[in-house]
Design a binder for this molecule. Sequence first.
Ligand code: AGP
Length: 610
Amino acid sequence: MCGVIGYVGKQPAVPILIDGLRRLEYRGYDSAGIAFLQDGTLHLKRAVGKLANLEASLGGVVSTGSIGIGHTRWATHGRPTEENAHPHRAGRVVVIHNGIIENYLSLKRELVAEGRVFLSETDTEIIAHLIDRAMGEGQPLDVAFRTALARLKGSYAVCAMAESAPDLLVAARQGCPLIVGVGDGEHFIASDVPAILSHTRSVIFLEDGDVVVASAGRLAIIDRQGRPLPRTPVQISWSPAMAEKGGYKHFMLKEIHEQPQALINTIQGRISPETGRVYVNEIGLTPERLRTLTKITIAACGTSWHAGLVGKFLIETLARLPVEVDIASEYRYRDPIIAPTELVVGISQSGETADTLGALREAKARGASTLAICNVMGSTIAREADGVLQTHAGPEIGVASTKAFTCQLVALIEVALALGYERGRLDPQRGKALTDALVQLPAHIDDWLRLSAKGVAAIAKQFAHHNNFLYLGRGINYPIALEGALKLKEISYIHAEGYPAGEMKHGPIALIDEGMPVVVLAPRDVAYDKVINGLMEVKARDGRVIVVVTEGDDEAVGKADASIAVPDLNPLLMPIMLAIPLQLLAYYVAVLRGSDVDQPRNLAKSVTVE
Ligand code: AGP
């Protein structure tokens, strides 16, 4: 949902801004722009479309100016045009903004009545005018900025600079992520960590209400009244290389192949290989509280919601505790019944998804305990929940979530095991068998990626021309059918639906003909026979089947048009394994169809608006 970057220091600002925008582009890519000071004059460059267009429009501009701001946009108010691209300028001030100003219409009317002229359809432009007006009344930039903020209702991560304050950046956070990078005689403002990782790993995660006043050598974080706030930088463990493609054609492909290591990182330190016991103290619930919980509700969006659906199976199976799974955007609006003995779990890769954050806030306000399963340290969801179980997937840049998803599944297994042990509902032998299998899982996935990934590329070639796909799964693997379909939709723009295999006969079977490929998840488990029945029903109607089977299942392979074999694993781990060939299938189909894999149209990596 838009990326913002600001720099003030000793180096030329433009290359730093462009590099930062490249790393933020996954947050939005309708248009991009930068503003920088050169010899005391403000320069503004904006372009519709990808960052490459902005770079082209900059041509050979060589600027030595060492202060500037940049923005990559995901349109909310106003179409993706150059006029609507950020930064927005009013008089002596330029502004970039992520979020939504809810009262912008009334503010705009007020400013227009004073004779101010607006050049865009955006809500952001009013911020520039409000600051410029206050500066016109004699306020210095930092004070004028706070005067403007006092008028805003809504959410924002905003950063501004002015021609008359050539060494000052101001920024503020309210409901949208914003960080400050602290360098040696330089400061960075950014939407997230990867944008500045190649410059500094010393980062301050701002809180709502924080205002930043930064020059090259000085940093103040203050409240809206100008009072200093104590904020200490933390050292980020992610390395700059983690936010690079590392020789892969796309971030998504790199992230698919990073899964073995990401899973190891999410397992390590939490499981005792000797006893099979699980240690997740960070979830912030005492053993007593774990024992007395009566219900869990999981709230999440998109891929994270699919993880939640698998989580329901895991927790109900291992801990015998009832679990409801809600689409986070629906949760608040159905007046949920929440007991104080309930735990509400928000799952979010980014930790910034507005719907998931809203659901957790609602649950907390009604007295439930909250837990975040989150990949981004310092994110809003991670900070607001009572406890956090971090997934250690590392930075996920591809818009289509892959490694974060499988790490979420590992985290949910850990929660389910911890609950199962603590509540005395888990046979220790079963727990030990599962943790043994979990510890071995990354090696199985690593082998599979080395030996079998190419086979998926060949299948993609066979089916990439189809415009509709069905995905079928059952039981714990039904959410993987949903996830496989979502991956394909997101990056190849092919219409795809996931269904529980047993539901086929209640409607979707009418869609089956030779033009409808059906991906059937048929590992050998309790639902196997039933899933194979579904497969036969598809074949009987001339449908084309891609079956995903357990290695050695020649019978199922013989019934299908194409097949992918995965190792025989503990059934509770199978969703993690099955997700991977489906990620690759979506990836290769998207590449063949020429779509922009890492930045698919209309999407943004973190959705910070409702
Ligand atoms: C995943 O491929 C999607 N881009 C999307 O569904 C995503 O999972 C969803 O927006 C939730 O994001 P979060 O995990 O960061 O909260």
